[in-house]
Design a protein around this ligand. Structure first.
Ligand SMILES: [Zn+2]
Length: 188
């Protein structure tokens, strides 16, 4: 009887180890690592009422890209830059006209900086795939802005689409993954 009970406990231990530990570990890592840092960029001018979002990649690494956007010499900024692990830095307030789109046009309206938010992942999405953490963070960020300012998924676009021929960010694959995730969150 005692032997049988011990055997069952051992079996239960094996099941718990095999089936749940990776899941718990994965969830734990995601929850503890997704953090927001707030740093105010000097690279903005004027106020906006957000009516859409442009998805970008910075081409450079995360830390360097954040530093570059905090440097007045760069004259570049996004509202948010996301790290590979899902952490992100907010560098401009939503109502600040950040400098991320340059010469651009969306649905026939020029100067996208004047009415759209910019969020960027690091690196080059044409050369690497997004991590699941990036997809999660970018999608949740976009969804929160969509709800806050009352616009739909059709107002989420890419730098590639608003500056055709001049910019290639983000890749079609990255855009599809992010939009699919936003739609999935909308359906929940
Ligand atoms: Zn861009």
């Amino acid at each position: 009887m005692v032997i049988k009970l011990k055997f069952n406990i051992c079996l239960l231990g094996a099941v718990v180890k095999r089936d749940f530990r990776p899941l718990i570990k994965k969830t734990f890592i995601f929850v503890i690592k997704k953090m927001e840092t707030i740093r105010q960029t000097p690279n903005w001018k004027g106020n906006i009422k957000p009516q859409g979002i442009i998805l970008h990649h910075t081409a450079g690494g995360y830390v360097g890209s954040v530093s570059w956007c905090l440097d007045p010499k760069s004259k570049v900024s996004y509202h948010c830059i996301v790290d590979l692990n899902g952490n992100y830095t907010t560098i401009a307030k939503d109502n600040q006209r950040a400098w991320h789109a340059g010469k651009s046009s969306f649905n026939g309206r020029k100067d996208c900086n004047s009415f759209m938010l910019g969020i960027a992942v690091s690196g080059d999405t044409n050369k690497r795939r997004l991590t699941e953490f990036e997809i999660e963070t970018v999608s949740k960020w976009c969804l929160s802005k969509m709800k806050l300012y009352g616009f739909g998924l059709d107002k989420v676009t890419t730098h590639r689409e608003v500056s055709p021929g001049r910019k290639n960010d983000v890749s079609i694959e990255a855009e599809t993954q992010i939009k699919n995730k936003i739609q999935e969150l909308l359906n929940q």
